[in-house]
Design a binder for this molecule. Structure first.
Ligand SMILES: NC(=O)c1ccc[n+]([C@@H]2O[C@H](COP(=O)([O-])OP(=O)(O)OC[C@H]3O[C@@H](n4cnc5c(N)ncnc54)[C@H](OP(=O)(O)O)[C@@H]3O)[C@@H](O)[C@H]2O)c1
Length: 430
């Protein structure tokens, strides 16, 4: 008789319903690849009465999803609800405690409770898999855990959010203002109605924290991370960047510098001809720098039911093949309390945009503020604005400490001649 593993899918929304259909249609293919039949024993969601685009036999419905964690025949629970708290948290904790394998696409949950959950999974010798939580269909987690296992990673970075990348790309290519670009992303289904976490950098931050822990054998660090989103970027910045030979991208970067890890998420000016600058639309790209292999690049669809299902199935096959591994590459006991550092001491070249009253003495005052705070000017451009009384000053600085650059921004904000919030965008040589 064919050996089978019993699966419960909890959450039948965008991802869950596609995953359900995929398993139904590809049962035999997956058996051929793993020698195990993936058997959907139950499904569960908030409402059984809801109209769905999939047909589910009534006998498969489980009213209370938490009860799945106590059913003896259940081997694997696939959590596709979402959110760091509430029912998703309860389900995953209970499942692992009751020795069920867990597969989830829930980045918010992993970024917050991943360490605790991994510890329980290791103790109970079950899989805790979350490939789909970072960059949709890109197999970055499995690459770090397996393909790159021989390597020491020193830096991992990239474009980790398709919605914000789509917005920035259409602001650049179609000259749309931020608001119109966001609306278009929502109409096309790339951005959710509530796309706050995509826009404010929190979604990238969750993914970056997970990648950092995996890359540097550290625990997840929620404290030392800079998180800035794309809301402040406007058409003037996009044009200025183009004129200077750059594109603006929202990047996530984690790097090891002097044995300390720095995590940061922010918009950056990136040289037009670089690989990252050419990643447009909803695409994601992740680059790992490691020894001895050098640079590895993974690019692909960062979200959506198809790509996410690709990663979920990869996790499922790992479980079915009996490939029980430590969720974060190495044993919980061997993970490090690594040192994390804020970006304050890191040096950056930046683009500083100051919209000011076009008065005598303003430029020399700005130069004085900069010199006093140890920031030197590499390039200065003054552009007229539609209001003839004002001018837009673009300064490209030399390398300067992040803390000094922030101080300058705050001092200039308070000057009487400043007409709008100064804008500081880091220039990234990647
Ligand atoms: N969408 C993407 O492109 C994408 C990409 C990568 C990862 N993810 C992650 O995948 C997960 C699911 O995302 P999604 O886009 O599929 O979300 P979704 O469309 O909002 O679906 C959520 C599902 O959870 C169910 N649910 C909500 N509360 C519940 C409760 N109390 N008990 C049982 N079920 C409950 C809902 O039930 P009803 O259907 O009855 O309302 C719905 O089926 C999230 O963690 C998300 O971050 C999504």
């Amino acid at each position: 008789m064919k050996k089978k593993m019993n699966i419960v899918i909890v959450g039948l929304g965008n991802i869950g319903s596609y995953f359900y259909n995929y398993l139904k249609k590809n049962k035999n293919t997956l058996f051929n690849k793993t020698n195990i039949v993936p058997n959907i024993l139950y499904v569960s969601a908030r409402s059984m009465a809801k109209k769905r685009n999939i047909k589910i036999p009534k006998r498969l419905w489980l009213k209370n999803c938490i009860s799945a964690t106590k059913i003896k025949d259940v081997d694997i629970i696939v959590e596709l609800i979402g959110g760091a708290e509430g029912i998703a948290k309860k389900l995953v904790f209970e499942a692992l405690k009751n020795k069920k394998h867990v597969i989830t696409a829930n980045k918010a949950l992993i970024a917050k409770y991943g360490d605790q959950l991994a510890k329980i999974a290791e103790k109970n010798k079950v899989n805790f898999e979350f490939e789909a939580a970072v960059c949709g269909g890109i197999p970055i987690i499995r690459s770090i855990k397996e393909g790159l296992i021989a390597n020491n990673i020193t830096k991992i970075y990239g474009i980790l959010n398709g919605t914000s990348n789509y917005i920035l790309s259409s602001m650049d290519q179609d000259k749309l203002e931020y608001k119109d670009s966001l609306l278009r992303a929502q109409k096309l289904g790339y951005a959710e109605t509530n796309s706050t976490s995509d826009i404010n950098g929190e979604d990238v931050a969750s993914k970056l924290k997970i990648l950092t822990a995996l890359s540097f054998n550290s625990f997840i660090n929620n404290k030392s991370i800079l998180v800035e989103g794309i809301k402040g970027i406007d058409q003037t910045d996009i044009n200025n960047a183009n004129q200077l030979g750059y594109k603006i991208k929202l990047v996530g970067v984690a790097e090891l510098l002097n044995n300390k890890i720095i995590q940061r998420v922010h918009p950056a000016l990136i040289k037009k001809n670089s690989y990252i600058a050419k990643i447009n639309g909803v695409l994601n790209a992740v680059i790992a720098e490691s020894k001895p292999v050098g640079q590895s690049v993974l690019q692909g669809e960062g979200a959506g039911p198809g790509p996410t299902t690709s990663s979920l199935v990869s996790d499922l096959c790992s479980v079915m093949r009996g490939n029980i591994k430590f969720p974060f590459v190495i044993s919980d006991k061997k993970r490090k309390l690594a040192l994390f550092e804020s970006i304050n001491n890191k040096k950056f070249t930046v683009y500083l945009r100051l919209d000011v009253n076009d008065k005598h003495g303003v430029l020399s005052d700005i130069a004085k503020v900069m010199a006093k705070n140890k920031v030197s000017i590499k390039r200065l451009i003054q552009n007229p604005t539609s209001n003839k009384k004002n001018a837009s000053i673009i300064i490209i600085t030399h390398d300067a400490k992040s803390s000094c650059l922030d101080r300058i921004k705050n001092i200039l904000l308070k000057k009487k001649y400043t007409v709008s919030k100064p804008k500081l965008i880091r220039i990234e040589n990647i």
